[in-house]
Structure formats: structure tokens, C-alpha cells
Design a protein around this ligand. Structure first.
Ligand code: NAD
Length: 494
């Protein structure tokens, strides 16, 4: 035990105090990375920064492990356990990485500049700046799709950022405490205790499942007379929830939700969100007003303004997909000059679903691309130096290397090596499967293993879900914190 604790302590302390970094070097190319989510962080983790001056620009100065966000919303896991400050990652790099907490507002793909603004509450004298780049990686993700449905922005809670999960937690407790206020009518209590989740994708399903656990494990003890009156309704416009999962897993989720008393309304379209209710179009085409205390909106993704603006500048001919930036199989954005812009993750319209898994594999791929480009640039610089020396020799002593077949051959071989170094294989996605938590210590998983598909569900899948998430967390610190949170909930509740 003492040896393990000692080793653990040694690793954590080594991690906390990394060595001195090289400064930015004006002779190196500038790589600007926009974003600090799955794509950007996975790129940052594996890139060798020696060959570039890297700058990261993101409105959040941390990475958020989004799969556990619904767990934060109900207090199973603390918010700080699933964030990893971007500087924790960049300070381990050979060359210093500049991290700027700001929102990129404009990209000029032809002048190769990016303009960003400090959006934090505290403002200094300088709040907007424009910098040049040689390469730009656009990993800005997406925002929640609302289809301009009235009332969503004003009345709904989203489930995308850390603040959304915290807002959800506060609102759930507010609804229950207000319902507990003396003299509240029965009808008002029923309204306040009705949580509506819109969107039967994995986000909506996981929020519903986690909320059920919170209600069942904790709230029923704290508010014994109110808990039985609490209702959860999941609304989905399509005929079924979780269309990306196999049929048997959809059926398993539906039957588990039935046991958990989560009401699923499929073929039901939300048309308007009001202060105390939601207006829906029912399967028989009628409009119905459903009273509720809290509404969570998990209606999917749409591109951010920065992405659509950039697409506009690059031209409709090349950028013709509404989902996001059109990029080729090397993740190079169509229409950008000199292959200078790359796009990955949810802001790109590649043939893959907008998932964390895709973005992180694309980030790791781009790291390999840049590591190769860096080596190529280094080799090209060395070759230029040699060529310069040979030219100097020619001027001084009249020895022309072009006339020396052996020397000429050596230069040609080196030139080809530089060219080859720049060639990289296209991105290949390897789908590991899909996982989702559905409440009551049960999870569902469509797993690809040895090119075979497996569908699994239940408590063992939940154990698998936990270990899979624990191992995909980015750092030892995150893993330790999340595991401790799970233990704390088992011992003391939420
Ligand atoms: P989604 O796009 O998967 O689902 C949104 C759902 O909302 C859709 O089914 C849509 O029909 C429904 N909807 C939209 N407008 C509606 C309306 N007006 N009324 C009723 N229903 C409406 O969104 P998501 O769940 O946020 O997921 C986004 C992406 O992230 C997906 O690619 C998903 O696979 C991925 N993701 C995966 C996991 C996981 O694997 N565990 C977890 C979260 C997200």
C-alpha cells in the first residue's frame, strides 16, 4: 500500500511540475487552433510543438468531458472532476503553447488572419486582437439546434456546457422547493414537479435516466410526500428514441423507461416553449399545451456563426453542406488557399456522426499530420541551407554541383524525401461503438469488436460504461476525481 501510494504521489508531482519549455521561435510556422473540446484537445495531446508556434484560442480555458455532463446535472459527479484546464495539457509541451481565453469572431482565409475577443466578465485595456496564421485548425464544435422555436432561449435549459448542468441542478431544486411552499395548489405542485426533456437522442435519454436516479435514490428520502408526484416526460419528434442504436437496445431503453416511470412521447413535435408549459403537436396532428416546471432542450446540433461565416467567405461552390465546413479526407477545408485550414469534429461536415469519438480520432490524426509537416519543414530548411552552401561554393570556386552526378543525385534524393515527408494517408475512422446510460444502474452499448457487432444492455453494461468512461477521461487527475465522486455518492448520496 505504501509503495503504491508513493508511486501515485511521485507521478502526480512529476505531472504538476513539468520542465522548462522552449519559447516561440519567429523562424517557425504559426499554427492556430480554435477550440478546446474533443478535437482540439486530442490534437494538443499528441502534437509535437517543437516545429510550430502554437496558439490555442477558446472561450473556455478548459476541456469538458461531455459524456458525464448529465451526471453533473444531478450531482453524481462534480463539475470540476470532468474539466481539464487546457494549460495542464500545454505546459507539458516542448515548445510553449499560447493559450488565449477568447472567442474567435472572424477568420479571413485569404489574408490568413483570425480576430478574437475577450468575452470574460473582466475586461482589460485590450479586448480584441487579430493575429496571422500559417495553418488554422477549426475545432469550434457546434451549438444547440433550436430551429428558431419560440421561447427556447428564454425558458429552456440546454445540456451542452458546464453552466447548463449547474443551471439544471439549481432549477430542479427550485422547482421542488417551490412545490413544497405552504399553500401551493395541487395543480401547481403537479406542474412544478413535471420535468420535460425534449430530444430523444443520447443527450435527452441520459438526462432523463440520471434525473430518475436522483429522484429515486435521493429526492424520495428528502421530500417523501412530493417525490411520488414528480414526473419526467421525454418528447421526440421521430417515431423512436435513439435512432443510432440497434432495435433491441431501443426496445430495452423503452421498457426500462417504463419501469422508471419516464413517459416517452414519440411522433410529438415541440412547437413553442412557454414560461410554465410547452406547446406540442401530438401524433394525431392536434396542438396540446403541457404544463411543466422545467424544460430541458436537447434538440441536436447546428453550426456556429463563425463556421457559417467562414463557409460564406470560401464560396458556395466549395462549401455546400449545411451541416458544417466541407473538408476532404485529409480534413483540409475546401476552398482555403494553400491547404491552410483544417476542420474537425462537430464543425466539419465529414461522413461521420458528430460524436466525441470521431472528433478525438480526428484530433489524433491531425497531430500525426502536423508532426509530419513539422519534420518536413525541418528537413526542407536543412536542404535549403545545403543548397545555399553549394551555390556559395559555385560562386567562390566555380565548382558546380549540377555537373557532379553524385552530388546532384544526393540533392534529388533529399528533395524527394522532403516531398514524401509531406504526404500523409487520409483519415480513417474506426468506430468502437456507442454507449449510453439509461438510469437504474443500466446502460446500453452497441460495440464493435474484432469487426463484429455486439449489442449489450443491463447492469454489466453499466459497469463497462463506467470503466470505459473512466479510461477515456483525459488525465489521472480526472480519473481519480470521478472515481472518488462515484464512491462518495454510494456512501453519502448526492
Ligand atoms: P441528436 O441530434 O442525436 O437528437 C436530437 C433529437 O431531438 C432528434 O432525435 C430530433 O428528432 C429531436 N428533436 C429536434 N427538434 C424537436 C422538436 N421540436 N420536437 C421534438 N423533438 C425534436 O442530439 P444529441 O442527443 O444532443 O446528440 C448530438 C450528437 O452527439 C449525436 O451525434 C449523438 O450521437 C452524440 N452524443 C452521443 C452520446 C453517447 O454516445 N452517449 C451522448 C451525447 C451525444
Amino acid at each position: 500500500l505504501v509503495t503504491s501510494a508513493g508511486t501515485f504521489y511521485y507521478i502526480t508531482q512529476k505531472d504538476r511540475h513539468p520542465g522548462v519549455q522552449l519559447p516561440h521561435d519567429p523562424s517557425k510556422k504559426t499554427l492556430v487552433i480554435l477550440g478546446s473540446g474533443w478535437g482540439a484537445t486530442s490534437l494538443l495531446k499528441s502534437i509535437d510543438t517543437e516545429a510550430f508556434n502554437v496558439t490555442v484560442i477558446s472561450p473556455k480555458n478548459f476541456f469538458l468531458f461531455t459524456p458525464l455532463l448529465p451526471s453533473v446535472a444531478v450531482g453524481t459527479v462534480a463539475g470540476r472532476s470532468i474539466i481539464q484546464p487546457t494549460r495542464f495539457i500545454t505546459r507539458h509541451k516542448k515548445r510553449r503553447v499560447a493559450v488565449v481565453e477568447a472567442e474567435a469572431e472572424e477568420i479571413d482565409p485569404f489574408a490568413k488572419t483570425v480576430t478574437f475577443t475577450d468575452t470574460s466578465a473582466v475586461k482589460g485595456e485590450v479586448a480584441t486582437k487579430t493575429i496571422n496564421y500559417d495553418y488554422l485548425v477549426c475545432a469550434v464544435g457546434a451549438e444547440t439546434q433550436t430551429f428558431n422555436i419560440p421561447g427556447i432561449q428564454e425558458h429552456a435549459v440546454f445540456m451542452k456546457e458546464l453552466n447548463d448542468a449547474i443551471k439544471f441542478q439549481d432549477r430542479v431544486i427550485d422547482c421542488i422547493e417551490t412545490a413544497a411552499f405552504p399553500g401551493q395548489t395541487e395543480e401547481e405542485i403537479r406542474r412544478l414537479l413535471h420535468v420535460v426533456v425534449v430530444g430523444g437522442g443520447p443527450t435527452g435519454v441520459e438526462v432523463s435516466g440520471e434525473l430518475h436516479d436522483f429522484l429515486h435514490d435521493d429526492l424520495s428520502n428528502w421530500y417523501p410526500e412530493l417525490a411520488p408526484k414528480m414526473r419526467i416526460t421525454l418528447i421526440e419528434a421521430l417515431p423512436s428514441v435513439l435512432p443510432m442504436f440497434s432495435k433491441e437496445l431501443i426496445a430495452y431503453t423503452e421498457s426500462t423507461f417504463k419501469q422508471e416511470k419516464i413517459n416517452i412521447m414519440t411522433n410529438t413535435m415541440v412547437k413553442e416553449v412557454r414560461d410554465k408549459s410547452v406547446l406540442v403537436r401530438t401524433p394525431d396532428g392536434k396542438d396540446d399545451e403541457v404544463p411543466c416546471g422545467l424544460l430541458v432542450w436537447a434538440g441536436g446540433n447546428k453550426p456556429r456563426k463563425l463556421t457559417t461565416d467562414l463557409m460564406g467567405k470560401l464560396g458556395k461552390e466549395k462549401q455546400n453542406n449545411k451541416r458544417g465546413l466541407v473538408a476532404d479526407d485529409h480534413l483540409i477545408v475546401a476552398g482555403a488557399p494553400d491547404n491552410s485550414i483544417y476542420a474537425l469534429g462537430d464543425c466539419a461536415s465529414t461522413p461521420y456522426a458528430p460524436t466525441a469519438q470521431v472528433a478525438s480520432q480526428q484530433g489524433a490524426y491531425l497531430a500525426r499530420v502536423f508532426n509530419k509537416l513539422g519534420k518536413r519543414d525541418l528537413l526542407a530548411t536543412e536542404l535549403d541551407t545545403v543548397k545555399g552552401e553549394l551555390e556559395k561554393m559555385k560562386a567562390e570556386s566555380g565548382v558546380d554541383f549540377e555537373k557532379d552526378p553524385e552530388l546532384k543525385n544526393k540533392v534529388t534524393v533529399a528533395e524527394r524525401a522532403v516531398e514524401d515527408m509531406g504526404k500523409v494517408r487520409p483519415f480513417h475512422y474506426s468506430h468502437q461503438g456507442s454507449l449510453a446510460y439509461i438510469g437504474s444502474d443500466k446502460a446500453i452499448a452497441d460495440i464493435n469488436f474484432w469487426q463484429r457487432k455486439f449489442a449489450s444492455a443491463g447492469v454489466m453494461t453499466y459497469v463497462f460504461w463506467r470503466s470505459a468512461y473512466l479510461s477515456t477521461l483525459f488525465s489521472l487527475r480526472n480519473r481519480t476525481l470521478v472515481a472518488t465522486d462515484w464512491l462518495k455518492v454510494k456512501l453519502f448520496g448526492r
